[in-house]
Design a protein around this ligand. Structure first.
Ligand code: ATP
Ligand code: MG
Length: 139
């Protein structure tokens, strides 16, 4: 059993896509074990994406991530990290496979509907960044 961290980003929340994205997540056999709405502060977004702080798109990315509320969640399942990344599809929706969340709901390489952790260590850090252990309920 593995846990991963998910964000339904502000573009997808604004467009009313929380429901269908959660349906795809549950349909793929991943279980929601924690979730809440969150409007990220600039500091939270800068900290969360600190690995990208030298990239040319960093300021725009922080502006986008703070542009409205998102849904932060913890997902649990066998091989949850890799399975959620596969369900999300490529960062750039033009390169995302059919049937992925980003193919259906992403607008472009920045406003791409969802985030998912990319490795066990980042999953642990990202979950701890937004959730207390007592807020996560295994099922
Ligand atoms: P995420 O970390 O959000 O799950 P990812 O792992 O697929 O996405 P990263 O390379 O970690 O992709 O980039 C983090 C986020 O930064 C992307 O999801 C996207 O919102 C934004 N981003 C990445 N590359 C670009 C780019 N070239 N131009 C604009 N925004 C970008
Ligand atoms: Mg990433």
């Amino acid at each position: 059993m593995e846990r991963t961290f998910s964000i339904i980003k502000p573009d997808a929340v604004r467009a009313g896509h929380i429901g269908p994205i959660l349906e795809m997540i549950e349909g793929a056999g991943l279980q929601l074990v924690a979730t809440r709405m969150l409007h990220m502060t600039q500091g939270e977004a800068e900290g969360f994406y600190a690995v990208h702080r030298e990239r040319p798109f960093f300021a725009d990315l922080v502006k986008f991530m703070t542009s409205g509320p998102c849904l932060v969640s913890v997902l649990e399942g066998d091989d949850a990290i890799a399975r959620y990344r596969a369900l999300m599809g490529a960062t750039n929706p033009d390169e995302a496979d059919a049937g992925t969340i980003r193919k259906r709901f992403a607008s472009n390489i920045e406003q791409n509907a969802v985030h998912g952790s990319d490795a066990p260590e980042t999953a642990r850090e990202e979950i701890a960044y937004f959730f207390r252990a007592t807020e996560i309920v295994s099922r």
